[in-house]
Design a protein around this ligand. Sequence first.
Ligand code: GLU
Length: 599
Amino acid sequence: MRFLPALTALSLTTLGIVAVAPPAVAGGGTTVSGPTATGSGGAIATVDATATAVGLEVLRNGGNAVDAAVAAAATLGVVEPFSAGIGGGGFFVYYDAKRKKVSTIDGRETAPASATESLFIDPADGLPYDFQEARVSGLSVGAPGTLATWESAVRNWGTRSLGSLLQPAARVAERGFPVDATFRQHVTDNVAAFSQFDATRELYLPGGAPPEVGSTQRNPDLAATYRLIAAKGTGAFYRGDIGADLIATVQHPPVADDPAVPWAYPIRPGGLTRSDLAGYRVRTPEPTKSDFRGLTVYSANTPSSGGIAVEEALNIIEAGLPSGATDTEKLHYYLEASALAFADRNRYVGANTDPALVKQLISDRWAKTRACRVDPGEALTKPVPPGALNGSGCAAATVGGPSEQGQSTTNLTVADRWGNVVEYTFTLEQTGGNAMVVPGRGFVLNNELTDFNFTGTQGDAPDPNLPAAGKRPRSSISPTIVFRDGKPYLAVGTPGGASIITTVLQILVNRLVRGMTLPEAMAAPRGSQRNTAGIQAEPAFRTQYGPGLTALGHEFGADVAELGAATAIEFTRGGGFIASAEPVRRGGGTAAVVRPAQN
Ligand code: GLU
């Protein structure tokens, strides 16, 4: 096992990064702060200052983008434990500058071999479980893919050992980190669910209540778990003692004898076995790929619907948006294209979608058959039907579909001095996953299998996202890298459940169509049209754009405080970076570069 070289104690605040949020200090003393950083030599943006600082140290010490991404991701598993970690899964998109190749890792959680279409149907009454009943159970846990993703990324493209890259995160877990308002809020939102399990309660409800902002949160069990994996390899997780504890937790949920807060549902065991876990493998599908106004867009393929939906919507905008459109008209096309892409995604996209159909959905020809449905002067009535596969012109099939939402997940963007780029989104599904900390191991389990549809949603047509043995639930994760003249131009990703698709799309539209700078595109108020009657919008989106859009016939649903928590990097023609995180959402993210530009 190789270890990171000694970390320098350089403070980047002295090199010109403007402090906005409280700065974070990584193990080696590197401090970072603020949502935007411009410069060269490598760049990173995450939702968390500590994770960004850890990734930056790796870049500064000669690691590449993959090394930095894995070290930062492991740190997010400590400081953002309710959104991501080794109990979950995700999608990793990587551009290898030397080979000029975009690759992906599908580290999605996988249903057990025992799963059937009726995974979430209560045998007692034949009805689907209530969402929270399904979530806080062993039934919702898929075999986690995050650790296998890190291992695959590091083995194929990294320059450091996985063991060495886990060390900074282990140090953060051991020494502790300050609880911020977002962390406290995530616990507060989960008090009832977390109370049901002693291990979760002990770790995250000290004295029976969420930890105070400013208190120090430690997780020595997770530090030990990371160190065990560093010493023994990922087999300790997939085939060894950690895995045995994980499976015991799924099969015999360690429910507290005296939960402080009652829970309305029985807590059901799940069917995941040690052989399911031992059999877990990442997949490495080709990325989705399409063109937009001379740019080339790559993203994650099935079982995520993200790349397909983002690229279909961009194609519809390209095919339909009249030149000289006003800003309202641009937003109108953004919303209509989103609704149309969601109708198609709900009908056609799941883990087993035929690759030929994926190609069809992200083709210009398909986009034309969808774009002709958009009326420049009047919003379509939602839900819109999906397109008919064998139709021509503006043919439509029947029925729309549901539009699930999530709150959790995290995202990071990294680029290195050699031109390699990582866009990585990983998740537990809901904030707080299934609420079970594996006793003695310090990490939360996913509830990713609730991303399956519990029952068919497509009327008489088949639903592509029903549970099945060994199947991966459909995701919305959309880690996207855009190329200009064959070189990286823009990398972006975000959490947000199904609104991941619209947030990534909106940031791209803001930057590429509406003419905003990247930091403006990130900060702008967000709205999401996922083929439902009303647009889900942040209050500022409704205030700013509501009058113009309502005049076109758009309807608004209930406001939502925030959509997404994105990170992005733009690559300038001169070889520099604009690294960008959220200025406000989820408490503000942190971007940093190795060599800040001198203003
Ligand atoms: N489980 C969701 C997905 O994979 C992400 C959840 C979230 O971002 O809140 O699409």
